[in-house]
Ligand binder design. Structure first.
Ligand SMILES: *Cc1c(COP(=O)(O)O)cnc(C)c1O
Length: 356
């Protein structure tokens, strides 16, 4: 953390989260933060353009009812089962605020979305990390681990591996605390738990974001689906006006244009298959992904780092995680076809001269 003598003692050792680089140079090929390569549909841009001054002059709806109605329709529940937040990152913080006492344990896999660890540390909770299996699947030992809350990312980041129904069911039956199923990438996966689980269990919240599959990362909108009692608790601890008018209006329009959404998903899944096959043809070892990124083993840590740096010098950004289990990998977001072609061409060149 930054140093100032005023900083809370308990924050002095906390590592801040490092987001992927966000340089704004238009010439860059940005495949490092899993944004959608396609713009939001015309219906969404129109809803934004039609916002009038009066809507901006007034405070937004504090409970985002229209947006929650749209989400409820989509997931087959009631608005009472939905909370809307400023990105699902806000919701990750809210579940800690509402359900975890500082000092309590939070259970999570190792490796997963690293923001969980930062938020847990800031909150003053402790972490119990359960290693993924060597093939990067979840270890069922997680569900019998003591804790007030569990983070389960489906499909997991940065591996793109799904959580099997048996694992989810076991967690809901045996884990003592709240189970957070983070479905940031589930629209790209074979299955989602968003419709079924909150109806049958009162100890689960499913998180969705509009940042990835709906092309709205810049708007910052997430939703949570859960039993109404869990939602009430989360509503009670959020900021009153956590979601601005533009975000509410665009997100509502986006959820209501499922035809455009399906089109975007189909393009990304087709490019994902092509990217995975091409990486394999280059002699690499990509994991079959259910997300809008592909994690590929590069052969060694030295090779991963060298290729990452060489791509970066070409203006092609991909993600490298310097931590055990994934430090020999690169994570590549599924961009537009031309971006992936550019990546593959340069990758081939760099692999020829990279260390073994
Ligand atoms: C991108 C991402 C989020 C956050 O999404 P926002 O809605 O943009 O805050 C949450 N969880 C995972 C695993 C993600 O990759």
């Amino acid at each position: 953390m930054p140093r100032t003598r005023f900083l809370r003692a308990s924050l002095r050792e906390v590592e801040p989260y490092t987001p992927g680089e966000q340089p704004k140079l238009p010439t860059l090929t940005k495949l490092n933060t899993n944004e959608n390569p396609y713009p939001p549909p015309a219906s969404v841009l129109r809803a934004l353009a039609e916002l009038d001054g009066d809507r901006l002059r007034r405070y937004p709806d504090p409970v985002a009812l229209e947006l929650r109605r749209a989400a409820a329709e989509l997931y087959g529940c009631a608005p009472e089962n939905v909370i809307a937040t400023n990105g699902s990152d806000e919701l990750l913080r809210l579940v800690l605020t509402a359900f975890v006492e500082p000092g309590d344990a939070v259970v999570l896999p190792d490796v997963t979305y690293s923001l969980y660890e930062t938020l847990i540390a800031i909150h003053g909770a402790t972490m119990t990390r359960v290693p993924l299996r060597p093939d990067f699947s979840f270890d069922e030992a997680m569900v019998d681990t003591a804790g007030a809350l569990m983070f389960l990312c489906h499909p997991n980041a940065p591996t793109g591996q799904p959580a099997a129904p048996a694992l989810i069911e076991a967690a809901l039956e045996r884990f003592a605390g709240v189970v957070v199923v983070d479905e940031a990438y589930a629209d790209f996966a074979e299955r989602s738990y968003a419709s079924a689980l909150p109806r049958r269990h009162d100890n689960v919240i499913v998180l969705r974001t509009l940042s990835k599959s709906y092309s709205l990362a810049g708007m910052r909108v997430g939703v949570g689906l859960a039993d109404a009692a869990l939602i009430d608790a989360l509503m009670a601890v959020k900021d009153s006006y956590n979601l601005d008018v533009a975000a509410q209006v665009t997100a509502t329009a986006a959820l209501r244009d499922q035809a455009a959404h399906a089109e975007s998903l189909a393009k990304i899944k087709a490019t994902r298959a092509r990217l995975t096959a091409a990486l394999r043809a280059l002699g690499l070892d990509p994991l079959p992904s259910q997300a809008n990124f592909v994690l590929t083993r590069m052969g060694s840590r030295a090779r991963a780092r060298s290729v990452w740096a060489a791509l970066r010098a070409d203006g092609i950004l991909v993600r490298y995680f310097d931590r055990p289990r994934v430090d020999d990998c690169l994570r590549i977001s599924v961009g537009a076809d031309a971006e992936i072609d550019r990546l593959l061409a340069r990758l081939e060149v760099h692999l020829a001269s990279a260390p073994g």
